[in-house]
Write a protein of this length. Sequence first.
Length: 111
Amino acid sequence: MSRDINVEALLTEVSEESEATRHDALPDDAVGRRRGDGPPPRVLSVRLTDAQYQRLAAAATDRDLPVSTMARLAILEHLDLASQPSSGAIDLNAVTAALREVIRPEFLRAG
């Protein structure tokens, strides 16, 4: 015995109920739970100029991310780059000379 369930109608009904009750107080016996193990995350407040915020928001939009996720990503990527040792300036002449020593001459000739 199977019955047809209109998923779209059910989603609409549940969504409307959720919106109608979103500001209602939680039941007294409701208990919050943090997902995941480990210590709770820390919150950081950052002040940005409007121009800085617009750059961040545009980058978030380009990557289809929330602005807060983009901010976290930008900070962590910068810290990762800053922690890597710098190789110093690249001497193009030295690189060219080193490549000429290991690449056979016939590959260096212009076609």
